[in-house]
Design a protein around this ligand. Structure first.
Ligand SMILES: *Cc1c(COP(=O)(O)O)cnc(C)c1O
Length: 375
């Protein structure tokens, strides 16, 4: 791959279609499938992902902010868009209603903002978010009756959804049942008055391991991108990673034994060796903590990252066999030959999760290419 850019992120839309189909196959027929595309689709590109999943059978997409939702509408996305995070003003509430964007009511303050809709002639599509144990956003079950009283009989406010969010679906499946115990009485009560309401709770982990939590719709993020909620190899869960991150070798130098390499001389050569320079650093989203710990693939082989990661580059010890040359492709995430490096592998080294790895790739310093689109 000569003349390749210094950093390219490849997004395989066929992998995303595969994952959507796999996840939908786990659902009872008729259960809706919503895809979380917040934070630029976990670093995968919000608009192409939103369009791809819409065609692949998703009911719609979910975002965190009003701005993300408006950008998707402006770009021509016609499917359901749900804003899951808070709105901050009555103006935002009105704008969501005007653009037919669904939003979650996550606080008593937001309930008050809904008053602005009275007499406006607009139709706001509202999902009530119930806090059943996350203790972050949402109304506690005890606060639900006053919410219902506040919106009852106001034609501008359409209660279309009832949702909750699991705190530990990944770590502890039993916690799902604990939260459902708090959620179910609310579901029963609200359904009596709003029989057509869409009830939803499950994230990727619960979609894959707790079918009794699916209700009328599931909300999947990471699994759609082929990332495991359990930080294990996604292939083992029937998922295909969609993201590949590549760079290239820009320079190789032969360094004598006993020399320090890079800032702080955090690595010292034990013997004569070749150090290949990769022109990516923490300014590009290569975690600094990967210094002396990470590995990359070059020509199908694994090589260690040596020394500290700088802002714009890091070194790789490629030995003296001459197998690696300037211009060779370096894979940071993805497959090369028979080997592959997953976001989960990096996350385990860094004591974080795969989502953070892909979200942190700096796209202002990288090109992003979408492959296997269906149009
Ligand atoms: C992000 C998010 C999801 C999706 O979570 P994954 O674990 O990535 O599947 C679902 N629901 C809410 C409220 C979210 O914020």
């Amino acid at each position: 791959m000569k003349n390749s850019p210094r950093s390219s992120v490849l997004i395989d839309l066929a992998a995303i279609r595969h994952n959507v189909a796999h996840l939908i196959s786990l659902l009872r027929p008729g259960t809706r499938f919503l895809v979380a595309v917040k934070a630029d689709a976990y670093g995968h590109g919000i608009l192409p992902v939103a369009k791809t999943v819409a065609k692949a059978g998703a009911y719609g997409v979910a975002v965190a902010t009003a701005e993300e939702a408006v950008a998707l509408r402006d770009a021509g996305l016609t499917s359901t868009i749900l804003v899951m995070g808070p709105l901050y003003s009555p103006d935002q509430v009105e704008e969501m209603a005007r653009r037919a964007i669904d939003f979650a009511v996550v606080s008593p303050e937001m309930t008050s903002m809904l008053r602005t809709l009275r007499g406006s002639g607009l139709r706001a599509r509202v999902h009530l978010k119930v806090d059943t144990g996350m203790n972050r956003q949402g109304l506690f079950p005890s606060q639900v009756p006053s919410f219902l009283a506040a919106i009852r009989g106001i034609p501008e406010i359409q209660l279309v959804g009832l949702m909750t969010h699991f705190a530990c679906a990944t770590e502890d499946p039993a916690s799902v049942d604990f939260q459902l115990e708090r959620f179910l009485p609310v579901v029963e009560k609200v359904r009596r008055e709003w029989p057509g309401i869409i009830v939803h709770a499950a994230n990727s982990a619960a979609t894959m391991c707790a079918p009794h939590s699916h209700f009328d719709m599931v909300r999947c993020g990471c699994a759609v991108y082929g990332m495991s909620p359990w930080q294990t190899d996604p292939l083992g869960s029937g998922l295909q990673p969609a993201l590949t991150w590549r760079s290239q070798v820009v320079l190789i130098k032969r360094v004598p034994p006993g020399e320090g390499v890079g800032y702080g001389h955090a690595f010292r050569t034990a013997q004569l060796t070749d150090i290949a320079l990769v022109p990516l650093g923490y300014g590009d989203g290569v975690f600094r903590a990967l210094g002396n710990r990470g590995e990359v693939l070059i020509n199908g082989r694994r090589y260690p990252m040596v020394g500290r990661v700088s802002m714009d580059s890091f070194g790789v010890d490629v030995g003296t066999e001459g197998r690696v040359r300037v211009g060779d492709t370096v894979t940071l995430i993805g497959a090369d030959g028979n080997d592959r490096i997953t976001a989960e592998e990096l996350a385990q080294k860094l004591d974080t999760i795969n989502y953070e790895i892909t979200c942190d790739i700096a796209l202002d310093r990288s090109e992003r290419l979408f492959i296997n689109g269906d149009d």
